[in-house]
Design a protein around this ligand. Structure first.
Ligand SMILES: Cc1ncc(COP(=O)(O)O)c(C=O)c1O
Ligand SMILES: N[C@@H](CCOP(=O)(O)O)C(=O)O
Length: 462
């Protein structure tokens, strides 16, 4: 299996190299050269299998000869052993044909654990074999950072630096990043918003002296291994509702487009997905782009679903790559235009996107009302991101095809917004009950590439 860049000008890599590389050297994102497919028979045979077995069968074709079957099975088993639900990603029925896919039973209570727990194991196995050491730099609006710190804390061959926007993540998210005591993990509270943090991480990858000097690796969804791990739960949930004999649709609360792009890969692999619905909060650039063709970031507005406060949506580049018939030069041109302020998607590419994706957005008031109404009607307490998904799903679904909305985080990560909307305080699981009492360790840093690089160099030199 070969991995190529969306911009067509970076070295072709194998899975292990792509996983450890992060951003491609031409600024693009790695993708498999061809997407492996599964036959209807192979998909049907997933029915009744454990989450781990489905994960093995779905991901195996993507990893080439990086790991033997036994090694890969062992890695998967370790990755999901710490989840708080035997099904890992249970499906809850909301009404006759609307289902909620609960993705928040991992160690840090958000869907990021599905990929990050796996990547932690993959990195560990790979680095142990090579004897190498890497420095991970990541940007977060709250959940990627906590999941990464949890997955990599205490590992010998890895230092982790997470940039989060100061004052713009929930207290639980911040504490999940700042309370682990392991010296190889570093939470950096940066001035600005998530897009600024992500831009600085990309700057570090594009500074080749720094990148090569510290052996930089990435665990944001620029890393295809992140996306790959998220493909699995599209299969488990669709199969449990009758795929491949029955189509399903998915609504995905969306920010950086990684999670919904995993659904796109699942569809390309042969899973009978009818519609993939992009659900955005008031930072609705993706909904506007799919509606009008114009992609023009105009500032991030803080919301009660802060993890989706994003305007420069990294993985949209991967969707554009397919919409433009895998033309790396066309994608490069769009990304240059984005750096200069924005771009317009061509009519042909827009049509290709609309063949797969629908979209909608949800205001702050609608998010609160959805939390309130869903709790009253079903007893299900939604986090604000999941509420964005449920609201958009209710607007876009039709009665013929079951709709699965991804519940991307536990309500207790956002207690203030959830309690204000529903009147019920969501409690953290017992294992985290002392989170508010643990001492925090965090470094404030300005939005300045040189300052960030100096800090990282100094810390890893110690
Ligand atoms: C809770 C939650 N929901 C939804 C999203 C959006 O997912 P994506 O960035 O993959 O589109 C995020 C952030 O990634 C998140 O943390
Ligand atoms: N919502 C994310 C933003 C980063 O997205 P990623 O999927 O590219 O890591 C977060 O919680 O940090």
């Amino acid at each position: 299996m070969k991995y190529i860049s969306t911009r067509g000008k970076a070295p072709v890599l194998n899975f292990e190299e792509a996983m450890l590389t992060g951003l491609a050297r031409d600024g693009g994102l790695y993708l498999p050269e061809t997407i492996p497919t599964m036959s209807a028979g192979e998909i049907a045979a997933l029915s009744g299998q454990s989450y781990e077995e489905v994960a093995f069968r779905v991901m195996r074709p993507f990893i080439g000869d990086t790991f033997s079957d036994d090694e890969f099975r062992d890695i998967i088993a370790k990755a999901y052993a710490g989840f708080g639900h035997a099904a890992r990603a249970p499906l809850v029925q909301l009404d006759s044909n609307h289902f909620l896919l609960e993705l928040f039973h991992g160690p840090t209570l958000a869907f990021k654990d599905f990929a990050m727990q796996l990547i932690g194991q993959l990195f560990q196995a790979s680095l142990k074999r090579s004897g190498n050491r890497v420095t991970i730099a990541g940007a977060t609006s709250g959940d990627t950072g906590s999941a990464a710190i949890e997955a990599f804390k205490g590992l010998d061959a890895v230092d982790v630096f997470i940039l989060f926007p100061h004052g713009r993540v929930s207290e639980v998210q911040r504490r999940q990043m700042t309370t682990p005591g392991e010296s190889n993990v570093h939470a950096l509270a940066m001035d600005g918003h998530f897009d600024d943090c992500q831009a600085r991480v990309k700057d570090m990858f594009n500074d080749f002296d720094f990148r090569d000097g510290v052996r930089l690796a990435g665990v944001n969804s620029i890393n295809f291994a992140r996306v790959l791990a998220q493909v699995v739960y599209y299969f488990t949930s669709a199969v449990s509702l009758g795929a491949p004999h029955r189509k399903v649709s998915f609504t995905v609360p969306t920010g950086n487009f990684g999670d919904i792009f995993a659904g796109f890969i699942a569809k390309k692999m042969g899973l009978p997905i009818d519609r993939l619905v992009v659900a955005t909060n008031q930072n609705d650039i993706l909904h506007r782009c799919l509606s009008t063709g114009e992609y023009k970031p105009d500032g991030v507005i803080p919301s009660i679903s802060p993890s989706m406060d994003i305007q420069v949506s990294s993985n949209f580049e991967r969707a554009l790559y397919y919409a433009y018939d895998q033309d790396g030069a066309a994608v490069s041109q769009l990304m240059d235009e984005l750096n200069a302020g924005g771009f317009n998607v061509s009519q042909g590419a827009l049509q290709a996107l609309r063949e797969v994706f629908d979209s909608g957005h949800c205001s702050e008031e609608e998010t609160s009302a959805t939390i309130r109404d869903m709790y009253a009607a079903t007893g299900e307490l939604l986090c604000p991101h999941s509420a964005v998904g449920v609201k958009v799903a209710n607007e876009t679904r039709n009665s013929d095809v079951p709709m699965i909305t991804l519940a991307t985080a536990h309500p207790a990560k956002f207690p203030a917004a959830v309690e204000e909307a529903s009147g019920r305080h969501p409690d953290l699981p017992a294992r985290m009950a002392d989170l508010y009492d643990r001492p925090e360790r965090v470094t404030r840093i300005e939005n300045d590439l040189a300052a960030i690089e100096t800090l990282i160099r100094d810390r890893i030199a110690k």
